[in-house]
Design a protein around this ligand. Structure first.
Ligand code: ADP
Ligand code: ADP
Length: 228
């Protein structure tokens, strides 16, 4: 479904954050991207949904090479949703309703269709009662759910979760893990980054290990941990 061929990216002021990597994602995968802080995980995620454009290399989505036109970027952002680690970085609307409606309103749906979509997404995450509240005043756990809802409402085929359980207590982390399972069962392709190797080992179908912007390990959790 996704194929990156020899992709490199460096930030304006720095060395390569992603250095000549080949990376693929298949439909329905449960993929963990592992690696220390600074390994390039977030940069890879921003490349996957087109927020960043590679300096070198090609990006194929469903076999088609992206040319980074406005239309292609819109499609990429709709198909590949990212839930960032810090919910504050993706919440900017005046109410939870508007926050979750923001994506669908850009998707050529009628007002009624948008309303139905937002309502059902809020219900799925059990946050209907927060509808009229300003997101920035919610608790951390509530913000996290609103951020997830705003991504789900776009109906992406791939959902990326950057450190989904970091900073959560075990009960809230368990809730997120249940949600990941539910989304996967509903047909979503899930990519996560995590520092929690026990969780990665149990959950991942495949792991990709990054180090200094390069892929240094790849395979099933058993294969990857056997080579540690
Ligand atoms: P990870 O998500 O694995 O912690 P990142 O993708 O955030 O890794 O970072 C990869 C490299 O790029 C690091 O060396 C980091 O310092 C650098 N980097 C990340 N974001 C920026 C930025 N906005 N400007 C400059 N350098 C950055
Ligand atoms: P809820 O309202 O969904 O019960 P809470 O805000 O009470 O959620 O807490 C959810 C989890 O997030 C808790 O495990 C808490 O320790 C953690 N948490 C709360 N605030 C922060 C924060 N600013 N940064 C990281 N973790 C936080």
């Amino acid at each position: 479904m996704i194929e990156l061929k020899n992709i490199s990216y460096h930030y304006p002021d720095s060395t390569a954050a992603i250095d000549d990597i080949c990376f693929s994602v298949s439909e329905g995968e449960k993929l963990v991207v592992a690696g220390a802080n600074g390994a390039g995980k977030s940069t890879l995620f921003l490349l996957l949904n087109g927020i960043l454009k590679p300096r070198k290399g090609d990006y194929f989505f469903d076999g088609k090479k992206t040319g980074y036109s406005k239309r292609e970027l819109l499609a990429l952002r709709q198909q590949v949703g990212i839930v960032f680690q810090e919910p504050d970085s993706q919440l900017f609307s005046a109410s939870v309703y508007e926050e979750v409606a923001f994506g669908p309103l850009n998707m050529e749906l009628s007002r009624d269709e948008v309303r139905q979509l937002v309502d059902s997404t809020l219900a799925a995450l059990d946050i209907e009662s927060l509808k009229d509240r300003p997101p920035h005043l919610l608790s951390y756990g509530q913000k996290k759910r609103v951020a997830i809802a705003s991504v789900l409402a776009m109906n992406p085929r791939i959902i990326i979760f950057d450190e989904p359980t970091a900073g959560l207590d075990p009960a809230h982390a368990a809730e997120i893990i249940v949600l990941l399972e539910k989304l996967h069962k509903a047909g979503k392709t899930i990519i996560i980054s995590t520092h929690d190797m026990n969780f990665a080992y149990q959950w991942a179908g495949r792991m990709v290990v990054l180090h200094k912007g390069r892929v240094v390990g790849e395979g099933t959790p058993n294969e990857v941990f056997a080579n540690e």
